[in-house]
Design a protein around this ligand. Structure first.
Ligand code: AMP
Length: 299
């Protein structure tokens, strides 16, 4: 096993849950800690930040690359999801990743697979409304990945804030022995949140997609200037997004943290402002925590 100080060393690729169990057991038996970054691959700087955080927290970094079929509905982009394993491997190695877990769908979900994981109150709101299979699939795959990888830390991006809350709740409810760590959204220079799905946009759509981050900044500024009315904040955000002709709003909502309950009237404590907006074939997410005590703090 390479030490976490070595960068650009070749990573070991593990392809089955059984082998992953053995490798994780060996690492733990040697008294070393595991930092885990689950992804669907096609890595960008956001993913690399997660790897850096895992490296800071633990002795051994394990990256999973698995486009999980159970979190996609039949009409979604499972087949079209961008993939480039060799490029991902090189990028991960340059960040000091020692192990890449890249199981096949067949090894993850063999014939006869039965178990579902659901957190109804948190998975049927926000993204769960238009993607009912998504979070049960995410919770199911994360439970499987955590069982095989046996991490001490699992690092998630707050771009997918609902996912972060769902996984944190699952870990708590199921007494899983790991810490879920969230890191702030990594953005392009013009403010667009990085996403593997950004490649789906045409140049014109890509240009207009900046309205998401701009609308968030408008809401943050309004709150800084004293605005506390949830409905007025939502109008401000929706109004700005509507200035982009290509934008098709799925939702813009203000919800409580961590329970994701609807927030109406005055906001008095930190709340999540979250949005999903389609630009052509890309469905983009963005969010911020309004009334956050420490700007940009890790959650
Ligand atoms: P994905 O491969 O898109 O499923 O994402 C894998 C992990 O990377 C998740 O924890 C995401 O929240 C995180 N992630 C994706 N994009 C970003 C971003 N722009 N900033 C921070 N984290 C991100």
């Amino acid at each position: 096993m390479e030490s976490s100080a070595d960068t650009s060393a070749s990573a070991r690729v593990v392809t089955t849950p059984a082998e992953m169990h053995r490798v994780a057991d060996e690492i733990r038996a040697a008294g070393r800690t595991i930092g885990f970054v689950p992804t669907m691959g096609y890595l960008h700087d956001g993913h690399l930040q997660l790897l850096r955080k895992a490296r800071e927290l633990a002795d051994v970094v394990i990256l999973s690359i698995f486009v999980n079929p159970t979190q996609f509905s039949a009409n979604e982009d499972l087949g079209a999801y961008p993939r480039d394993f060799e490029r991902d491997k090189a990028l991960a190695e340059a960040e000091g990743t020692q192990i890449i877990y890249n199981p096949s769908p067949e090894s993850m979900y063999p014939e006869g697979f039965q178990t579902q994981v659901n957190l109804p109150g948190m998975t049927n709101v926000l993204c769960g409304v238009s993607r009912p299979h998504h979070f049960p699939g995410v919770a199911q795959v994360c439970a499987k990945l955590f069982n095989a990888v046996k991490p001490h830390f699992a690092v998630f991006g707050l771009k997918d804030f609902q996912q972060y809350l769902v996984v944190t709740q699952m870990v708590k409810d199921l007494d899983m022995d790991l810490k879920v760590v969230g890191i702030p959204i990594v953005r392009e220079k013009d403010g667009l949140a990085m996403s593997s799905r950004n490649v789906y946009m045409t140049p014109a759509e890509r240009e207009q997609a900046v309205v998401l981050n701009q609308s968030i900044k408008l809401a943050e500024k309004a709150v800084a200037e004293g605005e506390r009315d949830a409905a007025r904040l939502l109008d401000l955000v929706r109004g700005h997004i509507a200035t982009a002709p290509a934008a098709d709003i799925d939702y813009v909502e203000i919800r409580s943290i961590p329970g994701l309950a609807t927030v109406e009237g005055r906001i008095e404590k930190p709340v999540l402002l979250a949005m999903a907006v389609k630009f052509g074939k890309a469905r983009l997410l963005d969010n911020t925590v309004l009334l956050r005590e420490q700007p940009n703090a890790n959650v």
